[in-house]
Design a protein. Structure first.
Length: 119
């Protein structure tokens, strides 16, 4: 059983930075993908970024490119999302998710962490 626990959310001013963490417990396969998603009030959940556990390949949504960086620490079983130059439209609940393989739905989800960017 894989469990994901996010932390690091909070309130920040426009232009500020936050680093989210996702600690993974349970077995992580080398072919796993770990991702970050977000959901703003009244909107659907959207993809932010993901990373392959085996070799650290990363993929980003267009809005995240150049501002957000996803990374992982194998020793700590933790995935990070460094968010810079934050904007009010980045306000959302951010979720960590995991799946085994490059395709298919994400099977494992964290409880989410709130990020609020004030104008």
């Amino acid at each position: 059983q894989v469990q994901l626990v996010e932390s690091g959310g909070g309130l920040v001013q426009t232009g500020g930075s936050l680093r989210l963490s996702c600690t993974v417990s349970g077995r992580i396969f080398s072919y796993s993908y770990m991702g970050w998603f977000r959901q703003a009030p009244g909107k659907e959940r959207e993809f932010v970024a993901c990373i392959t556990w085996s070799d650290g390949r990363t993929y980003y949504a267009d809005f995240a490119k150049g501002r957000f960086t996803i990374s992982r620490d194998d020793a700590k079983n933790t995935v990070y999302l460094q968010m810079n130059t934050l904007k009010p439209e980045d306000t959302a609940v951010y979720y960590c998710a995991g799946r085994n393989g490059a395709v298919g739905p994400y099977a494992y989800w964290g409880q989410g962490t709130q990020v609020t960017v004030s104008a």
